[in-house]
Design a protein. Structure first.
Length: 554
């Protein structure tokens, strides 16, 4: 019996020794082989790295008015597994947040995840109201939401940022790397219950830089107001206006109608920036290229005369003036003042010819992007080949397409003594040196003075742009009326683009203003449709900028 007991004791001791050896080996294996992975696991349970989002930089106008900024928002999400009464909680959340009940219920009914968005970037007020209800499974975290406090003002220029605060169009896209800051981080230490007890290793977020534009919100708002009235008056498809400082190339206003509220997600991106991206046939406003080229080549002077019939044939085309008349003798100045198609084509066909005209089109920058700091700029469209009739349509602005910003910058060069300045929308970025602005001479000072004097005649009592006159100020500019090309070839019946682009005061231009109206009805001519809008914009801007008159009131 004693022998049996001793055997059992020995077996028990052996078992204890084996178990102890296994435990010791396991402990040694954990302490050596698994030490690193288990340490990481423990760290993950007690510590967590939290990303600190960086605020997006504000976009200001030239006067310091915020046009785009970040606002505090709260994102509402839920863990469907924690929700106790799906339908009841869906109804309550939808009522507070202004959502559809079925949408919220559908999210809460999802069982294959522990995270569903209920409302991304809700207002803190609504999120707080929902938080007070203490619905099981609902959680909240702070985010920044992009806001456009001026509503529809300059919406096509500003563009917008998406839900992740990344720029998707307009200046928000152009300046995205500047406006986007660097996210920070912090390590949060938690107790076994998951409650935070300490914060370690804080790396602060770096806010995005602010951008200051050349736009003036007052000038911009007025231009948009005038365009709305103009488009309504003439039942037009759309309208565009640009206000430029010819001495700096700064864009003071870039307005388009119809507009939209940049804060409304449903309408964002539906209206592109047609002043930069869209092309159109300029019509008679392009005649300054032909006339300036002939003057610069020494082929004519403003007083050179031509005997001009009402119409001429160029290859298979018949060119005629807008208003019926008999054969007349006109000076070059009168050809421009009265916008004679026959006179302009005669100068181009008999004196400039194809090669010289091509060179002057290039000299003025048509067919090339201006380099304005805005995404998606078009270079315009030049003729791919020249047939016998091309010399009969390009000199008068047909068979060639330009952008509004190209055209405005060319007239700004005429207003600036013949020196072209690169148009730009961004004045400077916070903490950075302003970007250098390209400049080049496109006309000699003498020819530029001649051309400017001739353009004053366009706005005289006998010129086509008389309606562009501003009391107390001299105005120089040009009207344009162009048919719109048809997708099927040729021109679309009854569809025109009416344009006026001019400078004021003509004695020392402070402003260049372009107005173009797409598909106006009731009237089609630039001098009737676009010139009065120019006058309204100019009159307001001159008073606002306190530019003294240069003429005595009659």
């Amino acid at each position: 019996m004693a022998r049996v007991v001793n055997s059992r004791i020995r077996l028990l001791l052996l078992a204890i020794l084996v178990a102890f050896g296994v435990l010791l080996g396991r402990a040694a294996w954990i302490a050596t082989v698994r030490a690193a992975s288990l340490s990481s696991f423990a760290q993950a349970q007690t510590k967590a790295t939290v990303v600190l989002p960086a605020g997006r930089g504000t976009i200001f106008d030239a006067m310091g008015m915020p046009l785009a900024l970040g606002e505090q928002a709260t994102t509402v999400y839920a863990d469907p597994h924690e929700v106790t009464r799906q339908r009841v909680e869906a109804v309550a959340a939808a009522r507070v947040l202004g959502l559809k009940t079925n949408d919220v219920f559908g999210a809460l009914a999802t069982r294959d995840t522990h995270f569903v968005y209920i409302a991304r970037k809700a207002t803190p007020k609504l999120a707080s109201a929902l938080a007070r209800k203490k619905l099981p499974g609902f959680h909240f975290y702070g985010e920044e939401r992009r806001s456009y406090p001026q509503g529809s003002l300059a919406a096509q220029v500003l563009g917008y940022a998406g839900v992740d605060n990344k720029g998707l169009s307009g200046l928000e896209l152009q300046l995205d790397s500047t406006l986007t800051g660097s996210a920070g981080s912090q390590t949060v230490v938690r107790d076994p219950a998951g409650r935070p007890i300490a914060i370690q290793s804080v790396v602060p977020a770096r806010e995005g830089k602010a951008a200051f534009l050349t736009l003036d919100h007052t000038i911009q708002a007025n231009a948009e107001r005038v365009l709305r009235a103009t488009a309504a008056r003439w039942h037009a498809k759309s309208a565009t206006a640009i206000v430029l400082d010819p001495k700096t190339g700064g864009v003071l206003a870039m307005a388009m109608q119809p507009g939209y509220d940049a804060n409304q997600v449903a309408t964002r991106g539906l209206q592109g920036n047609q002043a930069v991206a869209d092309v159109f046939e300029p019509g008679s406003v392009f005649k300054v290229v032909t006339i300036a080229g002939a003057l610069s080549e020494g082929l004519v002077t403003p007083r050179t005369t031509f005997t001009l019939p009402y119409s001429i044939k160029v290859a298979d085309r018949v060119i005629h003036d807008a208003e019926p008349r008999g054969t007349e003798t006109m000076t070059v100045a009168q050809i421009l003042q009265r916008s004679s198609n026959v006179g302009t084509v005669t100068i181009a066909r008999t004196l400039l010819r194809e090669e010289r005209l091509k060179r002057w089109i290039q000299q003025f920058g048509f067919g090339t992007r201006t380099g304005i700091d805005f995404p998606g700029e078009s270079a315009g469209l030049l003729p791919t080949y020249w047939s016998g009739s091309t010399i009969g349509n390009v000199p008068i602005g047909q068979g060639i397409s330009v952008t509004a910003i190209q055209l405005a910058s060319v007239y700004a060069a005429i207003a600036n003594g013949g020196v072209w300045k690169q148009p730009h929308l961004v004045d400077h970025v916070q903490g950075e040196k302003p970007a250098s602005i390209r400049a080049r001479r496109i006309l000699s000072p003498g020819v530029d003075r001649q051309l400017l004097t001739m353009l004053k005649g366009v706005v005289s009592d006998t010129g086509t742009g008389a309606a562009a006159g501003v009391p107390g100020y001299s105005v120089a500019g040009k009207t344009g009326t162009a048919q719109k090309p048809s997708p099927n070839g040729g021109y679309a019946a009854g569809k025109y683009v009416a344009t006026f682009v001019g400078m004021v005061p003509a004695s020392d231009p402070r402003l260049v203003i372009l107005v173009t109206v797409d598909e106006p009805r009731l009237a089609i001519f630039g001098g009737v449709v676009a010139a009065p809008a120019f006058a309204q914009i100019a009159a307001f801007d001159l008073q606002y900028l306190e530019v003294p008159p240069d003429q005595l009131l009659r």
